[in-house]
Design a protein around this ligand. Structure first.
Ligand SMILES: [Zn+2]
Length: 377
């Protein structure tokens, strides 16, 4: 392998090196920190990035941990580590690039970039992404919400390599989405066949240690799977692939008081939150439409009409069987070579609130979901 150079960061075989990718934007020079961990053995080239949205801090913590804990001696191949892409946004706790209010993650389709966010996207893509075999880009929910840790994938039929990474990343939940033009994961796969896994961990401009730990475990899983690290891949026995996020939207604006925690199970009719409008003195309890597990919660108490208060992965009861609605449940085999499986926390939590034991059915409600090719079966 020829030694890499990204901006001022030069690869030295068997070492960790540090530098910057400098981008000139008019009179301003923006510096993006770059680290290259160069393994003692050959292997894939991968990037691990965070902070494309400047108000998403959990990914930065995940990436920092990966950078600190992976040594060149333990690594096959090389890791390009970018703890924060949108440095200007991070300084201002802003999702967007403050110079043009642009979202970097919508600019990866621009051939002739002009505005600041377009130039940053293009430079990052050419200097980092195109030099890699695959990558993981860390996000979190945003300043106002939090979701259970999950990965976001394109339709699994369209992008099987990305779906494969999402399975190995090993969160209980995987969200399938069409995506929008200009997103890194979409442009890199569709145009260059470079799989990029988007992961979402935490939210609320606050570090959540237990969720961060899931993100670190997930990245390590992927690196072990790609034979860049030694170790055991750790995935849940069952994973849920959602193609639709069922959000409960606020019927009126006011103060939201969410009564449940992320990951809690609810029965049909349970009051999940109350909404209060101080101007009209109107108060309403928001009830679960079906049994399920809460997988997103709004952290900000003031809410406007139509905004999402929380999301629930719904289950429907039929005699002694339970069906997941709008989700496919995938069963991972118990032990296979270097893979260990752990219980699926959200499922155990859910079943624990019912007296009798239900059979969980593998159910595809939506025809849109194609089965992800299973690497565990
Ligand atoms: Zn983001």
């Amino acid at each position: 392998m020829e030694n890499l150079q990204i901006g001022t960061c030069k690869e030295v075989r068997g070492k960790k090196t540090k530098g910057f990718l400098e981008i000139k934007l008019g009179n301003l020079k923006v510096k993006i920190p770059i680290f290259i961990i160069s393994g003692v053995k050959d292997g894939p080239t991968t990037f691990i990035s965070a902070g494309m949205h400047g108000d998403e801090v959990n990914g930065i913590e995940i990436v920092r941990n990966i950078k600190e804990t992976i040594s060149p001696e333990s690594l096959s191949g090389r890791l390009i580590v970018i703890p924060v892409i949108n440095t200007l946004g991070f300084r201002n706790s802003m999702r967007y690039v403050p110079l043009d209010n642009g979202d970097i993650n919508r600019q990866f389709s621009k051939k002739n970039p002009k505005s600041a966010s377009e130039v940053i996207a293009k430079t990052f893509f050419e200097e980092v992404v195109r030099k890699c075999d695959f990558g993981i880009d860390c996000h979190d929910s945003n300043a106002e919400n939090i979701l259970l840790p999950h990965s976001r994938v394109l339709n699994s039929k369209e992008a099987p390599e990305v779906a494969e990474l999402s399975r190995i990343f090993g969160t209980d939940l995987i969200l399938e989405r069409e995506g929008k033009p200009g997103m890194l994961a979409i442009e890199s796969y569709k145009k260059h066949k470079i799989p990029v896994l988007t992961v979402e961990v935490g939210g609320g401009i606050k570090i959540w240690d237990k969720h961060v730990a899931e993100g670190i475990r997930g990245i390590r899983n992927v690196l072990i799977y790609k034979k860049m690290l030694n170790g055991l891949i750790d995935v849940p026995i069952r994973q849920f692939v959602l193609d639709y996020r069922y959000g409960y939207r606020a019927p009126f604006s006011g103060l939201l008081d969410v009564k449940v925690e992320l990951g809690d199970a609810v029965k049909k009719g349970d009051v999940i939150a109350t909404l209060y409008d101080p101007e009209t003195d109107k108060e309403e309890g928001i009830k679960a439409e079906n049994a399920g597990v809460v997988f997103s919660v709004r952290l900000k108490s003031k809410i406007d009409t139509g905004e999402t208060m929380f999301s629930v992965l719904h289950f429907k009861q039929d005699k002694d069987e339970m069906y997941a609605l709008n989700a496919e449940m995938i069963l991972n085999k118990e032990v296979l070579q270097s893979i260990i499986v752990r219980p699926t926390k959200i499922l155990d939590t859910f079943l624990s609130i019912f007296d009798s034991h239900y059979n969980m059915l593998n159910t595809i409600v939506s025809e849109k979901i194609e089965k992800i090719k299973s690497y565990f079966r």
